[in-house]
Write a protein that binds this ligand. Structure first.
Ligand code: 13P
Length: 339
């Protein structure tokens, strides 16, 4: 092993140790401009650069957040923004004991040759962008693939080609000393059953690990951010936490190698209560080879957005709603959450 490689491994290991801590998870605050505009609109707030800066600096500075949240995923814009007192937001996160990361994919496009499948873009120039993000304090990265579920989707082509780009991204990150969060999201949209979700999730995650192996990605230095195995939002009977836990663990035991240190679930449109209850059920089964924790966006931020509603006078309420929800998820990691 060359000295450069050894240095890289030390850097990756240090970031993994900072991110994977008992009782902690990750906060996803990396909504693209289009997505944050939707979230703000739901509480009657316009999405201006300054509103985004103010809101995100408030959540990062929430007192006690660092007790439950080890890492925060930023959107590119946030890396160079400052809090009211002039502190750069990645430095503010570090001050609160939270490691800063960044979403590095460039969104998705229709996948030619398929009906309704999509492919995530952003590999061109990625290595160069990563060095800039690192200069601004980011120590890990995130890339999200999405898979729509219908009776015939996702196609084999979508599963294979999305796995390939996700693995290319992860290999590029590790070569630069950045921990990749690998996020293959099987969407909850639709009326499919939990069995159909399990079938697709197993195929998707299996293909992703096959590609990661081909690209020489060190599984010890990455995090997996998948969906839970759950029935579609419009399915007749919603999945119970016990069903979600049983199906999810069975699926991931089949396809996620034990070398992966942590599985950090996305919330994917589950309500905050539902996501926490499901996480609690996942941590109530027998011990698994990986940590089972959260990397929630909506399920952590919804109560905070609701408390804020665009009024700076509500900052304390915003921060305490966020930390309260984070703490409930901290309880779920111990299987000790009660609704
Ligand atoms: P949700 O928890 O709202 O699904 O967001 C997580 C995320 O980062 C999606 O890419």
């Amino acid at each position: 092993m060359s000295t450069g490689q050894a240095n890289n491994e030390n850097t990756l290991q240090a970031t993994i140790e900072a991110l994977v801590q008992p009782g902690k998870g990750i906060l996803a605050a990396d909504e693209s401009e289009k997505t944050i505009a939707k979230r703000f609109q739901s509480v009657g707030v316009g999405s201006t650069v300054d509103n985004r800066r103010w809101y995100r600096s408030s959540i990062i500075a929430a007192p006690g957040l660092g007790d439950i949240v080890s890492g925060i995923i930023f959107f590119e814009e946030t890396l160079t923004q400052r809090a009211d007192d002039g502190t750069l937001l990645p430095a503010l996160a570090a001050h609160n004991g939270i490691v800063a990361g960044v979403k590095v994919d460039k969104g998705k496009l229709p996948l030619s040759g398929t009906v309704g499948d999509e492919i995530t873009q952003g590999l061109d120039g990625l290595a160069h962008r990563l060095t800039q993000y690192q200069r601004h304090g980011a120590r890990f990265a995130k890339w999200r693939n999405v898979y729509h579920v219908t009776a015939t989707s996702p196609s084999r082509l979508a599963i294979a080609s999305n796995a390939e780009v996700l693995a290319r991204y992860a290999a590029i990150c590790q070569a630069q000393g950045m921990v990749p969060i690998v996020e293959p999201e099987v969407l909850m949209d639709g009326d499919h059953s939990i069995d159909r979700c399990a079938e697709i999730t197993e195929a998707v995650v299996h293909e992703v690990f096959h590609a990661l192996h081909r690209h020489g990605v060190a599984l010890e230095y990455m995090l997996l951010k998948p969906n839970m195995v759950i029935a579609g939002k419009d399915h007749l009977t919603p999945s119970t936490p016990e069903e979600v836990a049983t199906y999810t663990i069975r699926c991931f035991r089949r396809v996620v190698p034990a070398a992966v240190p942590s599985i950090n679930f996305l919330s994917g449109g589950q309500t905050p209560i539902q996501a926490t209850a499901n996480l609690n059920a996942l941590n109530s089964l027998s011990k698994q080879p990986w940590a089972l924790t959260f990397s929630f966006g909506r399920a952590l931020q919804e109560p905070a957005l609701d408390a804020w509603r665009g009024d700076a006078a509500n900052e304390e309420a915003l921060q305490s709603a966020l930390v309260r929800r984070a703490k409930l998820n901290g309880k779920a990691l111990l299987g000790a959450y009660e609704q």
